[in-house]
Design a protein around this ligand. Structure first.
Ligand code: SF4
Ligand code: FES
Length: 247
């Protein structure tokens, strides 16, 4: 194995540059180094002007997502040796505007997220602090997978529908809605229906499945979307055929 590896890093300052450029850096190739370690080496030793986001270095915060050799990945969980002998191409996440270099603008996602009411909705909030809402292991298992999301947005970067339809609510927001819809303590599924069962909601998804392939936490947003399509279709049918029973 060589001692070093070349990182080809996208550089871009939208306010000053006409187009993104690529800058090459040679960093040590160490077995225990993730791509993020290579970027931090550049920042600390070679070029302090390089901009990128990261925080936890352990796949928890979701802030270090970038495009590495064409694929959206968490750079703290992707090792340099996986790409040896290199070079490795590092670009910002696709489908988001670039703020600078490898940092993307996530405003769109932050606006969509609260729209799905990602919290437990109760019909009567009074007294909720005074009671315990017990849950069986089976009830927990219903939604647990969807609760693993770290909002890294790799699924949005991987999604060809989001690339073409920026109004698409998107994989993570829908998976998060399902996390609460399927929680036995939640009573807000009918409030989320108007947003999810729309052309910008689940019906925009053509089930390419790239979101699930890209997800580093095993959330399976594509599965969440397909499952919700069934729920939405059933509820719509019920409201047409049995309006007195719909809620
Ligand atoms: S669903 Fe997966 S890929 Fe999408 S934001 Fe959540 S953790 Fe990231
Ligand atoms: S730095 Fe937090 S997930 Fe990578």
């Amino acid at each position: 194995m060589p001692d070093t590896i070349t990182l080809q890093v996208a550089r871009y300052r939208p306010d000053a540059d006409a187009a993104p450029t690529t800058q090459e850096y040679v960093v040590p190739l160490r077995e225990e180094w993730a791509v993020l370690d290579g970027l931090n080496y550049i920042k600390d030793r070679l070029d302090g002007t390089l901009s990128f986001r990261w925080s936890c270095r352990m796949g928890i915060c979701g802030s270090c997502g970038m495009t590495v050799n064409g694929n959206p990945v968490l750079t703290c969980g992707t090792f340099l040796t996986d790409y040896a002998p290199g070079p490795i191409r590092i670009e910002p996440l696709a489908n988001f505007p670039v703020v600078r270099d490898l940092v993307v603008e996530i405003e769109d996602f932050l606006r969509k997220l609260p729209a799905v009411k990602p919290w437990l909705v109760r019909e009567d909030e009074q007294g909720v602090d005074d009671v315990e809402f017990l849950q069986t292991p089976a009830q927990l298992a219903e939604y647990q997978q969807y609760s693993m999301c770290i909002n890294c947005m790799l699924c949005y970067a991987a999604c060809p529908v989001y690339a073409l339809e920026p109004d698409f609510l998107g994989p993570a927001a829908i998976a998060l809605a399902q996390r609460y819809n399927l929680d036995s303590r939640d009573q807000g599924a009918h409030q989320r229906l108007d947003l999810l069962a729309t052309a910008q909601g689940v019906w925009a998804c053509t089930y390419v499945g790239e979101c699930t392939s890209a997800c580093p936490k095993g959330v399976d947003p594509a599965g969440a979307i397909q499952r919700y399509k069934l729920t939405a279709a059933t509820r719509t049918l019920r409201s047409v055929l049995m309006p007195w029973a719909a809620r």
